[in-house]
Design a protein around this ligand. Sequence first.
Ligand SMILES: Nc1ncnc2c1ncn2[C@@H]1O[C@H](COP(=O)(O)OP(=O)(O)O)[C@@H](O)[C@H]1O
Ligand SMILES: [Mg+2]
Length: 441
Amino acid sequence: MSKQFVNRKNELEYLKQRYSSGQAELLVIYGRRRVGKTYLLTQGFHEDSVYLLAEESETVLEDFSTILSERFDDKILKENPLRTWKAFFTYISEKAKDERLLVIIDEVQYVAKSYKPFMSVLQTQWDTHLKDKNIMLVLCGSLMSFMEGTLSGRSPIYGRRTGAWKLEPLKFLDLAKFHDVSIEESFNIYSVFGGVPQYWRDYNPEQEFWDNINRMLFSKGGRYYDEPKYLLREEVREVSRYFSILRAIAQGTTTFGNIASKARVNSNSLGKYLSVLEDMGYIEKEIPVMSKKGRYIIKDNLFHFWFEFVYPWKHLIEKGKGIPEDVKKHFNLYLGRKYEMVAREFIEANDELPFKFSKLGRWYHKGEEIDLVAVEGEKGMFFEVKWSDLNVRDVKKILNDLERKVERFDLKEKYYGLIARNAPKEDLVFTLRDIEMLTHE
Ligand SMILES: Nc1ncnc2c1ncn2[C@@H]1O[C@H](COP(=O)(O)OP(=O)(O)O)[C@@H](O)[C@H]1O
Ligand SMILES: [Mg+2]
């Protein structure tokens, strides 16, 4: 199994910069559960940090005291655990002297859960002494509502925080480096699990693809059998509300009004639910290029796959029947939609295209659609994405159709292209092999 540290270049750069800023830093790092926050902070960054992981318990402060006493070899502290959070901050403040002290509080929402005024105490302690110390304090967590709370103007640490970073999922091209499998298999894995490295890690490349999927998702008691429900339960209170909204979107309901009626949610409150789901990275309001009217889609592949293929078959899975035939039959169609994500990443990463662009996205209007459109000023590049093997005639036909659709665009320079699973070589016609080439870079 791979153990290497993948990507996170920008994040590491950012953390290193802050570490050497010469000022007291109070950073917030947040993001989806399993996206790699803890791994980034503990494996990627600084070995000499004080790492404090809060558990969902009433004894957080005692646990932290124990860790501190070991870290600083402090026998007095070992016998006399800290009794207040004020004492905790005084203690770390005293330790931040000549050498810069990096303190990471992970799953910080559990601290605030066990002691509500935690953030206010931090605020006072920051203002009175910590801000002048040689310290970098990182608050890390994944409970969105809480983390977003610490970022808002109402939060006690508002104005103290010196930086915040939302950790996003990794990319397909990272996955292709993570597991030593064929590009086809990487793409299958990505389509099911998206850019979440914990799922990648639990995927066993020695096993067949469908055996992995069966073990992880289609077995009662399997690790991710109930994953979306588990993740929602961790993060929100009204799980069933969020659940029906996600389900409606997964079934292809894309507009605000339709989601409200399908999920039976009052349209006055739907906006709030949608924005929470968007913050958590599970859905996205996709705004097409050269238009304002967006539509809601599932962004997280694991959620998409689960709602499409696991949830509807639960009655069979519960009986231990494994993966239903229907799932394998429809999987290729599902891959077709996911290929658009990969194609998009390929276009973003490809620096040999006719021009550099600032806007890239889908375009649709009155039943017509173009999979990928890149624009810059008076120039446009248009791509169709096809998860199939094309011959010369297919390519010609697709490009002709594309050219017709593009007639409506009043641009000076237009380019037409195609990203297929397989196709004969031609200018701006790319295949999975071309995408594979990028993974070797
Ligand atoms: N950059 C990375 N490179 C390789 N593996 C990673 C990376 N980030 C995370 N992982 C894997 O994913 C697992 C889950 O990440 P973790 O940091 O625990 O997620 P989080 O703290 O966001 O819930 C890690 O244990 C590690 O195996
Ligand atoms: Mg973590």
